[in-house]
Write a protein that binds this ligand. Structure first.
Ligand SMILES: CC(C)(COP(=O)(O)OP(=O)(O)OC[C@H]1O[C@@H](n2cnc3c(N)ncnc32)[C@H](O)[C@@H]1OP(=O)(O)O)[C@@H](O)C(=O)NCCC(=O)NCCS
Length: 157
């Protein structure tokens, strides 16, 4: 998880703030607690290389959650993390991972899925757009003392 974060966003904040963010948001204890929590799911997508070897290509972390304003959903799912390993970006693995998480949201009888994505991540925004997510508000995100604008995106399931 830390490798995926560093490859995608390791350049965004200062080294000190990035290390602090990794410890807080990607720490082993937090992930272990998430794995034990029945309101959360971690999904891993694999893919086959040309030599037949199967590798982990990426992961999604889902949380049953109340939808934030301005969304008015009875029950929503927050897509808290959605990352491919850098070697698997552009491999087509993102699509089956998205399909699996939407299935999980349906099993939870959720109305929809929401996520926040940095406004300066055009590739991720394009992918979510193709997957039926729509930007519906600006939300703010901080890493250390630096502040960033994210899109809050939503799609029904
Ligand atoms: C966001 C993310 C999961 C999207 O995955 P992705 O692989 O980049 O996106 P796509 O599946 O749309 O594929 C992109 C390209 O891969 C290629 N591709 C897609 N499916 C393919 C397949 N089955 N076989 C070969 N190539 C394929 C296409 O050329 C596509 O290019 P296009 O945009 O010109 O159509 C990925 O970019 C990522 O992990 N980014 C870093 C982390 C991040 O930003 N996460 C979101 C945080 S909110």
């Amino acid at each position: 998880m830390r490798t995926c974060y560093l490859a995608a966003y390791g350049h965004v904040a200062s080294a000190e703030d990035t290390a602090d963010h990794l410890a807080k948001a990607y720490g082993d204890e937090l992930v272990a607690a998430g794995l034990a929590d029945d309101t959360m799911r971690f999904l891993i997508v694999t893919r086959e290389l040309d030599d037949g070897q199967r590798i982990d290509a990426g992961y999604a972390w889902l949380v049953k959650a109340e939808a934030p304003e301005p969304l008015r959903a009875r029950l929503a799912v927050e897509l808290r993390r959605f990352f491919l390993h850098p070697d698997s970006i552009g491999s087509g693995a993102a699509e089956p991972l998205m399909a699996a998480l939407l299935d999980q949201a349906r099993q939870w009888c959720a109305d929809g899925v929401f996520l926040s994505v940095w406004k300066e991540s055009p590739r991720a925004i394009r992918f979510y757009g193709r997957q039926g997510f729509r930007a519906c508000a600006t939300v703010h995100f901080s890493i250390g003392s630096a502040h960033y604008d994210d899109w809050l995106m939503w799609r029904t399931v």
